[in-house]
Write a protein that binds this ligand. Structure first.
Ligand code: HPA
Length: 275
């Protein structure tokens, strides 16, 4: 029986395949959340690669996620966008959820913009707000770096004091001011889903310091930081979290993220220009 190749080898092979499609010198990775994938359509001089064609790459199942890598130029930077991410609630392991970030790292990406649709826990937030992520709380009950550490990639005990890059936070604020966008800021609280939370859980999230809540982002950011990638994060507040407004459903989440995507797009493109 042939032994399963380790994740580091598989990430190298996936990156090699992507390079063979003519993609190189990448600067910034983009992970686009539910309803926000359309930003990738603005990437110029594009090379589009289906996840199914990339060796070892997982395939996305959730509605509203496309399942392709779009490489090219956006905001004057060479970017690779993940149009459709992998969620823990889909049944993927943490290793699979974060595999694309490892591939980005192998491709030489040094900065990552992560975005998501999230529920608003902070009572000052309204659906349609954009929230700059200042920090996160990992409430997944697991961790993507459990397992053998690859010292080549990063340390066994990585520091997350500055998980979300302070310089990038300044750039996001500058971009929002220039665009005359009102920008909220806060802590993203990551839970597994796939249920939305109960009102009692949202009271807990609030007590523990969460301002937005969602089912993604935290694993990818941890793996990115481990690999030394600088991270900028933006939540689109698509709804008031459970117990703070009406009932929750995926259709409304997609509808609101679709509505705010023009301001979201301008914010990300302006941030890229400044990076
Ligand atoms: N909770 C968790 N994930 C979400 C929410 C929410 O309220 N809205 C969008 N994604």
């Amino acid at each position: 029986m042939t032994e399963q190749k380790d994740v580091f080898t598989r990430a190298k092979e996936a990156a090699q395949y992507i390079r063979e499609q003519g993609v190189d010198d990448l600067e910034v990775g983009l992970i686009l959340g539910s309803g926000l994938g359309e930003l990738a359509d603005e990437i110029e001089d594009r090379v589009v690669i289906q996840y199914t064609d990339i060796p070892s790459f997982p395939v996305s199942t959730v509605e509203g996620h496309a399942g392709q890598l779009v490489c090219g130029t956006l905001g004057g930077k060479k970017v690779v966008a993940l149009q459709g991410r992998f969620h823990y609630y889909e049944g993927y392991s943490m290793e699979v959820v974060t595999f694309p970030v490892r591939v980005m790292s192998e491709l030489g990406v040094e900065s990552l913009i992560v975005t998501n649709a999230a529920g608003g826990v902070n009572r000052d937030f309204t659906p349609g707000d954009l929230m700059m992520i200042k920090d996160h709380i990992n409430f997944f009950g697991t961790h993507p770096l459990i397992g053998r550490n690859n010292e080549e990639q990063g340390p066994r005990f990585p520091d997350l004091s500055f998980a979300y890059d302070l310089d990038y936070q300044e750039l996001i604020k500058e971009a929002a001011t220039e665009l005359d966008l009102s920008l909220k800021e806060g802590v993203y609280f990551g839970m597994t889903g796939p249920t939305y939370e109960t009102p009692a859980e949202i009271r807990m999230v609030s007590t523990l310091g969460g301002d937005s809540v969602g089912m993604s982002t935290v694993p990818e950011v941890i793996v990115a930081r481990h690999a030394g990638i600088r991270v900028a994060g933006i939540s689109c507040i698509t709804n008031l979290a459970a117990g703070l407004g009406g009932e929750l459903n995926h259709e409304d989440v997609i509808e609101v993220s679709t509505k705010i995507r023009s301001s979201f797009k301008s914010l990300v493109v302006t941030l890229l220009e400044k990076m």
